[in-house]
Design a protein around this ligand. Structure first.
Ligand code: FMN
Ligand code: SF4
Length: 352
C-alpha cells in the first residue's frame, strides 16, 4: 500500500512541521477585552496541539492600536507588554508537540477607511507596524510568523483591484497593489534574518465581480515568494463590499453545508504550479479521505483545518488512529458566537 504522506514531516524554511495538518487561524474571543492572553485561550490552543495538529496558527493579532482587527477580546501585539502572555501561549503549543505560528493583521474597514484614504506616511507606518510586531512574534518564542493578507483586512485591501484605488507607488497596477505586502515580507526578513519562516495568507480568489481572481493571486504569490515568503496559504473570499457578512464572497471564506467540500483546493493546486515553496489549502475540509486525496495527489502540500478542529480538538489523532471523529456540520453556529463577541466553541457538540 502507498505510504500515507499526511503524517510525514515537511519543512517550512528551517522549521520542520511533524505532519501536513495546519490549524487555520480563527478568532476565539478568549483574549481579554484589551488584547492579552488568558488561561482559557492557552488551554484552547494546547488542546488542539495535543490533538495532533502539526502547525498551530494562532488567531489574527493586531499590529496597531489604531487599526485593531476587532474592537475587543482579540489578541494584540503592538507593544512589548503583550510578549509575556504570548510567550506562555507559544510554550504551551510547543510543549504539546506542535509548531507554533501566530497570525498578524491590521484593519481599515472597522474605521471605514480604504487604501486611498492613507497618506504615504501612514502606508509606511503599516509596514513598520507589521515588521515590529513580527520581531515580537519571534521574541515570544513562536517559530513562524503568518501575515494576514486575505479576506477583509488592510493588506488584502491593498492587494485587491476592487478595493485599492490609489494612484501612487502603492496602487495603480498589479505591481503597485502588491508593493505593501512585498515590503512587509522584505522588511521582516531584513529584521529577523532569512531563516525565520514567513507564511503569507492570501485570497486565491475574492469571489466578487471586479475583485481579484486566481490570475491575480498567482501573480501575487510569485511576487511574495520572490520577496522571501516561505509558504503561501491560499484562502478565499471574505470581502464585505457587495453585501457585507451575507455577500457571496463572505460565504466563500467560511463555506456552509450546502457548498461543496474542499471548495478552494483548485486555487492552491493552480498556484502550486508556479511557486517552489509549500502551499497550504483551506476551506470545508473535514474528512480524512479528502485530506489524503489532497496530499497524496499533491494538490497542496499542507491542509488547514478550521471548524473541523473546533468541532473536535482530537480530529488529527483520531484520523491517525482510524477512530471516528465528531463531524462539523458547517452550519456556522460558532461563527455566530464570534460575531456576537462571545467565546467561540462548537455549539453542535457542546456538553457532549
Ligand atoms: C470562528 C472563526 C474565526 C475565524 N478567524 C479568522 C482569523 O482570525 N484569521 C483568518 O485568516 N481567518 C479566520 N477565519 C477563517 C478560517 O481560518 C478558515 O479559513 C475558514 O474557517 C475556512 O476553513 P474551514 O472550512 O476549515 O473552517 C475564521 C473562521 C472561523 C470559523
Ligand atoms: S458550531 Fe457547527 S459549524 Fe461550528 S464547528 Fe460546530 S458543527 Fe462546525
Amino acid at each position: 500500500m502507498e505510504e500515507n504522506r499526511v503524517f510525514e514531516p515537511i519543512q517550512i524554511s528551517c522549521v520542520t512541521v511533524p505532519n501536513r495538518i495546519v490549524m487555520a487561524p480563527m478568532d476565539t474571543n478568549l483574549a481579554t477585552k484589551d488584547g492579552y492572553v488568558t488561561d482559557e485561550l492557552i488551554d484552547y490552543y494546547a488542546k488542539r496541539a495535543a490533538g495532533g495538529v502539526g502547525l498551530i496558527t494562532v488567531e489574527n493579532t493586531s499590529v496597531s492600536a489604531k487599526r485593531m482587527v476587532k474592537n475587543e477580546y482579540s489578541l494584540a501585539l503592538y507593544d512589548d507588554r503583550f510578549i509575556d502572555g504570548l510567550s506562555k501561549l507559544a510554550s504551551a503549543i510547543k510543549r504539546e508537540g506542535a509548531v507554533a505560528s501566530l497570525q498578524l493583521g491590521d484593519c481599515l474597514y472597522l474605521s471605514n477607511r480604504k487604501p486611498s484614504d492613507l497618506s504615504l506616511e501612514e502606508v509606511e507606518e503599516v509596514i513598520d507596524d507589521f515588521t515590529e510586531a513580527a520581531v515580537r512574534v519571534k521574541e515570544a518564542g513562536f517559530q513562524i510568523v503568518d501575515f494576514h493578507m486575505a479576506h477583509r483586512y488592510t493588506v488584502a485591501d491593498f492587494l485587491s483591484k476592487y478595493a485599492n484605488k490609489r494612484t501612487d507607488q502603492y496602487g495603480g497596477n498589479a505591481a503597485g497593489r502588491a508593493k505593501l505586502a512585498e515590503m512587509i515580507v522584505r522588511k521582516t526578513k531584513e529584521r529577523l534574518g532569512e531563516d525565520f519562516p514567513v507564511i503569507c495568507r492570501i485570497n486565491g480568489d475574492e469571489y466578487m465581480v471586479g475583485g481579484n481572481t486566481l490570475v491575480d493571486a498567482t501573480y501575487i504569490s510569485k511576487k511574495l515568494v520572490r520577496a522571501g515568503a516561505d509558504a503561501i496559504h491560499v484562502s478565499a473570499g471574505g470581502r464585505l463590499e457587495l453585501g457585507g457578512n451575507r455577500s457571496y464572497s463572505s460565504y466563500r471564506q467560511v463555506a456552509t453545508h450546502d457548498m461543496q467540500d474542499g471548495l478552494n483546493v483548485h486555487l492552491a493546486e493552480q498556484i502550486k504550479k508556479h511557486i517552489n515553496v509549500p502551499v497550504i489549502t483551506v476551506g470545508k475540509i473535514g474528512s480524512p479521505s479528502l485530506i489524503e486525496d489532497i496530499i497524496q495527489n499533491e494538490k497542496a502540500d499542507m491542509v488547514a483545518l478550521g471548524r473541523a478542529v473546533i468541532a473536535d480538538a482530537e480530529f488529527v489523532n483520531k484520523m491517525k488512529n482510524n477512530e471516528k471523529h465528531r463531524k462539523c456540520i458547517w452550519k456556522n453556529d460558532c461563527v455566530r458566537l464570534y460575531l456576537k463577541n462571545e467565546p467561540v466553541k462548537c455549539v453542535t457538540y457542546e456538553g457532549k
